[in-house]
Design a protein around this ligand. Structure first.
Ligand SMILES: [Zn+2]
Length: 74
């Protein structure tokens, strides 16, 4: 795999990653967002789905970087 391909995978992963939900009323913001949530009962875990989404993005990027998935299935 060329460095260019690696860079492109990195760029693609960067574009695909989502930010945690933030609302003008921070009561509704995800606890993992930059400003956090004003709701102390919201806990500390992501509740907007971004963490799960970004984990999938990272897993796909890692598989692409590994270069084994495509090579092994062809
Ligand atoms: Zn979140």
């Amino acid at each position: 795999m060329t460095n260019t391909t690696r860079d492109l995978i990195q760029q693609l992963a960067g574009l695909a990653r989502r930010k945690h939900y933030t609302c003008e009323d921070s009561w509704y913001s995800c606890p993992q967002s930059e400003g956090g949530s004003a709701n102390e009962h919201a806990g500390t875990k992501c509740d907007c789905g971004a963490a799960e989404h970004n984990a999938k993005v990272d897993a796909i990027a890692a598989e692409l970087r590994g270069g084994t998935t495509l090579a092994e299935t062809l």
